[in-house]
Design a protein around this ligand. Structure first.
Ligand code: LMR
Length: 402
């Protein structure tokens, strides 16, 4: 029954880690997956997380009961406040329904499947070119037709704003638009606030499209949770409908705990209640209910003023280290007089730099320098350190001059 099964290719992002792990060279560097590393190249367990975890483990009431289908109610409430702002009118008006999901991917998948079943508009979702590779797999499997809009301009290594707006204008009214809330993955290119306003006008006034935000980097782009939620809040506060998928993988370093949330913002409290009842219908046959541990940690941090402040400091520390890596890499290339303009290393934001290196150059760097990055030329700045910057700069230099 199974001899016909074909070997599937490795995932374009997670497969890089597999290749990296198989490389016996001690000088190897993994800049593939977007996972934060310390200056010493180690995963970071936030101090605030350890504190929260210790308190949780000491609690007598701790047990391993099932959560409800939508997860921990306190976690959902606090997650909505974190992304939408605690003074958000939609929350006060009970127009928000938030469900705990399995990190960003799970939130997008649940949201996608809900839309495929119940959305009254067009069951088509537009994603940017390029976008996080998993978007292109999640939405078709959830049952949405997936189309693209222009986003990145390779010539300027910046936003193709005119192309984006033109493509959104050409979309059928009622289509869904996937937007990266901040720190666009893989390009590190975000619209300015003025451009967001233009995008919002097309989405809301000209076309009546449905914005679906993927927020995987709140706090990572600027170091400020509020600044990085600006675009989401702007759309929610205009009173219209919005979907938001949140991940705590990067900003709390909870990668393997799979903690996230989906918030659906609608136009009335009664609608929100009905939407939530249907989200439960999506979740129950998919994985029944979410896991407890990671969400309990998040809830205890968000609920405690001191822990919250501590988290913000640690989050800013991670964001600042990434920014300092940008400067160090830029300076190292300048020092080597590496041909080309590398300003985008400084201008792009968040975890990644979209270097502009092509597939051949990426493969060369892997073969000759044991530096691992995705084939589209994306490097995870969070995987770099002062020690590995010169190695990367040497590798880029030889890739572009060979
Ligand atoms: C990435 O883009 O590297 C991360 O979002 C990790 C992942 O799951 O792909």
């Amino acid at each position: 029954f199974f001899s016909h099964v074909q070997q599937a290719p490795e995932d374009p992002i997670l497969g890089i880690t597999v290749a990296y792990n198989n490389d016996p060279n001690p000088a190897k560097v993994n800049l593939g997956v977007g996972a934060y590393r310390t200056e010493e190249g180690k995963p970071l367990l936030l101090t605030v997380l350890q504190k929260a975890e210790e308190t949780l483990l000491a609690k007598e009431s701790r047990n391993k009961e099932y959560l409800g289908i939508t997860g921990i109610p306190e976690f959902n409430k606090l997650s909505a406040q974190l992304i939408l702002g605690s003074d958000c009118p939609a929350i006060a008006e009970k127009r928000v329904s938030t469900v705990q999901c399995l990190s960003g991917t799970g939130s997008l998948r649940v949201g996608g499947e809900f839309l495929a079943r119940h959305y009254g508009g067009q069951k088509i979702i537009y994603v940017p070119v390029p976008t996080w590779g998993n978007h292109l797999k999640i939405f078709p499997l959830a049952g949405l037709e997936t189309r693209t809009y222009r986003y990145y301009d390779p010539k300027t290594k910046g936003l193709d704003y005119a192309g984006m707006v033109e493509d959104l204008r050409a979309a059928p009214s009622g289509a869904v638009v996937l937007l990266h809330a901040c720190a666009h993955n893989p390009t590190g290119v975000d619209p300015t606030q003025e451009q967001w306003e233009g995008i919002r006008r097309v989405i809301r006034e000209e076309k009546q499209l449905l914005p679906f935000f993927d927020s995987a980097y709140q706090g990572f782009a600027s170091g400020s949770l509020d600044t990085d939620a600006w675009a989401v809040r702007r759309f929610v506060n205009d009173g219209g409908e919005v979907f938001v998928a949140q991940s705590y993988a990067k900003n709390m370093g909870l990668y393997g705990e799979r903690v996230g949330a989906l918030s659906v913002i609608v136009k009335g409290a009664d609608v929100a209640t009905r939407v939530e009842s249907q989200l439960k219908q999506v979740i129950r046959p998919m994985y029944s209910s979410p896991p407890t541990h990671g969400a309990a940690i998040v809830a205890s941090i968000l609920a405690d003023k001191d822990l919250l402040e501590e988290w913000k400091v640690e989050l800013k520390g991670m964001a600042d280290r990434i920014i300092s890596m940008r400067h160090q890499l830029f300076d190292a290339l300048k020092e080597r007089k590496t041909p080309g303009n590398w300003d985008h290393i400084l201008n792009q934001i968040g975890m990644f730099t979209f270097t502009g290196l092509n597939k051949e150059q990426v493969e060369y760097m892997r073969r000759e320098h044991h530096i691992y990055m995705t084939l589209d030329g994306r490097i995870s700045m969070a995987g770099l350190s002062s020690r590995t910057v010169p190695q990367l700069a040497d590798a880029i230099h030889s890739a572009v001059t060979k």
